[in-house]
Design a protein around this ligand. Structure first.
Ligand SMILES: [Zn+2]
Length: 96
């Protein structure tokens, strides 16, 4: 199981369950691979919020989030709201 499958399953527990989507991990992986490799697709703020805690934890561990989650990274560059959210979360996680 790769990182994106894990991220997706983590999201399903929070947001996607409410929408009653029924996507297998295999489909999820393909979908995320597609998203990952298609620059025209951009994440929404909701998408980013769903991934932000994971992204922040990875960044704090010193992982290369710009390569691993480029769409989140790109969104944070472009979106002041999410950037603020990220910085707040980052401060909280650093304080623990
Ligand atoms: Zn945003």
């Amino acid at each position: 199981m790769n990182l994106f499958t894990r991220l997706f399953q983590r999201r399903r527990k929070t947001t996607l369950d409410k929408m009653e989507l029924n996507i297998s991990p295999d489909q999820a992986e393909k979908m995320l691979y597609m998203i990952q490799n298609t620059q025209e697709i951009e994440l929404t703020c909701d998408d980013v919020h769903g991934l932000l805690d994971q992204y922040t934890e990875m960044a704090i561990r010193g992982e290369d989030v710009a390569s691993l989650l480029p769409l989140v990274h790109h969104h944070l560059d472009m979106c002041p709201d999410c950037r603020e959210e990220y910085e707040a979360l980052s401060r909280i996680l650093h304080a623990i």
